[in-house]
Ligand binder design. Structure first.
Ligand code: NDP
Ligand code: 8X3
Length: 254
């Protein structure tokens, strides 16, 4: 029987590539995001190409009531889920705290921390049943901080803490808990962070070879495909040209 995964934030970037990789590996998928048309197109494409089943979770992960009601009311054939990938997230703004936007801070805290908590809370009983696996998408920003990254880095440090907390709390249940923590991946991430300025966003990736979403999807598949007795606690994956958060070696052929 096919396994089932719920991936948050599949309409773009890392989540989209991960959905495709899991579909290639025979997973039925619950696809999540706020952009309905993208979800519908993605579902059609993956079903046609890989012969899997999909179910749409057109829910904003910041809405705790909607998340709870959606997951509790899943149809019978979707009630058994083996994998949760907590991927939906964003950076908003790149300013120091003195000049930072409270709206940006709220969006990051509500999505990256509270959204992950809301989805995980309702999914835990389901994953205990399946002895499933949670993969949390953290960041190098959850391991280090850089100037003007302040609140985003804080939210990803929280993801790092929640990843460890979940692993300890779920140890006796057989649910595996892992995190994948990337450096710079060219997705819609920088366009979102820079409030839609696509020129400035493209410049973030100038002069070096950034990661692409498929690099991270491959790592997530590596984590998920280990034998039952092996858990990858965490992975940090960086472009060769990015030795630490907030530093990139440009124009050196890297
Ligand atoms: P993208 O902007 O390309 O994708 C973000 C995804 O999250 C979209 O599908 C978006 O869908 C979804 N999303 C955002 N907010 C919500 C919400 N409130 N409810 C439901 N879905 C939501 O960025 P990435 O693929 O790069 O980012 C994915 C994850 O990877 C994030 O957690 C990010 O922090 C992390 N990351 C990214 C790195 C990078 O350099 N790109 C590096 C390290 C970590 P929609 O807008 O349709 O809701
Ligand atoms: C995104 C990677 O280095 O921009 O999480 O913070 S970074």
């Amino acid at each position: 029987m096919n396994k089932t995964a719920l991936i948050t934030g599949t309409t773009s970037g890392i989540g989209q590539a991960t959905a495709r990789t899991l579909a290639e590996n025979g997973f039925n998928l619950i696809l999540n995001g706020r952009r309905l048309e993208r979800l519908e197109d993605q579902a059609k494409e993956l079903c046609k190409e890989f012969g899997i089943k999909t179910y749409l979770m057109h829910v904003d992960v910041r809405d705790s009531d909607a998340v709870e009601s959606y997951i509790r009311n899943l149809p019978k054939e979707w009630k058994s889920i083996d994998v949760l990938v907590n991927n939906a997230g964003l950076a908003a703004g790149l300013q120091n705290i003195e000049n930072g936007s409270i709206d940006h801070w709220n969006r990051m805290i509500d999505t990256n921390i509270k959204g992950l908590l809301f989805v995980s809370k309702v999914m835990i009983p389901i994953l205990k049943e399946s002895k499933g696996h949670i993969v949390n998408i953290g960041s190098i920003a959850g391991k280090e901080v850089y100037p003007n990254g302040n609140v985003y880095c804080g939210t990803k440090h929280m993801v790092d803490a929640l990843n460890k907390a979940l692993r300890r709390e779920l140890a006796e249940s057989g649910v595996k808990v892992s995190s994948v923590n990337p450096g710079a991946v060219e997705t819609e991430f920088s366009v979102v962070r820079l409030d839609g300025d696509s020129e400035k966003a493209a410049a973030v990736y100038d002069g070096f070879e950034n990661l692409v979403a498929q690099d991270i999807a491959d790592a997530i598949w590596f984590v998920l495909s280990r034998p039952r007795h092996v858990n990858i606690n965490e992975l940090i994956i960086m472009p060769t040209a990015q030795p630490v958060a907030g530093q990139v070696i440009r124009n050196k052929g890297l």
